[in-house]
Design a binder for this molecule. Structure first.
Ligand code: HPA
Length: 263
């Protein structure tokens, strides 16, 4: 049984963080997904590079529903997802890790639910605490032990992309309470919750956001910071695994009592 999964964002493409890797193709109602399965410290772990193995899929075209359904079909109960982000806060410096605890959704065109009415009826999924507190705690503990610069909590503003933001948009997001800006956490976290899967976001700050940075933004700058952080991100995830319990006390799977969807 594969109880844990990693979704690798920008800069985290290589499944070789795991041992004994093999590939499986999961046929979901939303399309086929190739998932790498490997192990670490005796634990079986699934891996999906969110943007494809060659970083060819932009944020607005990712098949989020197929990816999350594929992991659900494998029996995954917890997802650790990495994401490159811009910082809205001068105190949150490039290279730091932030474990988001809330999001503000500014996406526009994405399929963001498994619940589309019909025979299933209308289902509204609670999203009070979108990111699993127990997974965040496990990651934070590992990060502190490793001596990394890590903050447990922060509001992730999700934009549609693929363009970066204007300075005025960033100023608005800051006034609304945003700490981080990225393009992928929504609907990924929402879809995981709809299936009762615990989900944590590991935001890696690659830049100060538009207008906060004195320079214009480039994707190559994002890639460079990610390249420098990749080995720390891997270490953070791997060290956190020993703190992720099989029987959690969080409310992430409560939705299943309403939907009757079995995992
Ligand atoms: N904005 C949106 N997404 C990002 C950024 C940013 O500044 N940096 C890395 N991903």
């Amino acid at each position: 049984m594969t109880r844990l999964a990693i979704i690798g964002g920008t800069g985290v493409y290589n499944p070789r963080i795991l041992d004994d890797i093999r590939e499986t193709v999961q046929r979901t109602p939303f399309g086929d997904v190739t998932v790498t399965i490997g192990s670490h410290a005796g634990e079986e772990i699934a891996f999906i590079p969110r943007h494809g193995a060659l970083h060819s899929v932009p944020p607005h075209l990712i098949n989020y529903r197929a990816n999350i359904m594929a992991l659900n079909m494998l029996g995954v109960k917890s997802i650790l997802a990495t994401a490159a982000v811009g910082s809205l806060n001068l105190d949150l410096e490039p290279g730091m890790f932030v474990l988001a605890d809330q999001f503000l959704d500014f996406t526009r065109t994405r399929k963001s639910t498994f619940y589309e009415g019909g025979e299933q009826g209308v289902i509204h999924c609670d999203m009070t605490i979108p990111y699993c507190p127990e997974l965040r705690q496990a990651l934070n503990k590992a990060g502190e032990e490793l001596g990394f610069s890590i903050q447990n909590g922060g509001t992730y503003v999700c934009t549609e992309g693929p363009r970066f933001e204007t300075a005025a948009e960033i100023s608005m997001f800051k006034q609304l309470g945003g700490d981080l800006v990225g393009m992928t956490s929504v609907p990924e976290v929402v879809l995981a919750r709809e299936l009762g899967i615990c989900y944590a976001n590991i935001s890696i700050i690659t830049n100060h956001a538009a207008g906060i940075s004195p320079n214009i933004l480039t994707h190559s700058e994002v890639l460079q910071v990610m390249k420098d952080s990749t080995s720390d991100v891997r270490q953070l995830m791997m060290e956190s695994i020993k703190y992720i319990k099989a029987d959690k006390n969080c409310d992430c799977a409560q939705i299943l009592n309403e939907t009757g969807v079995s995992k």
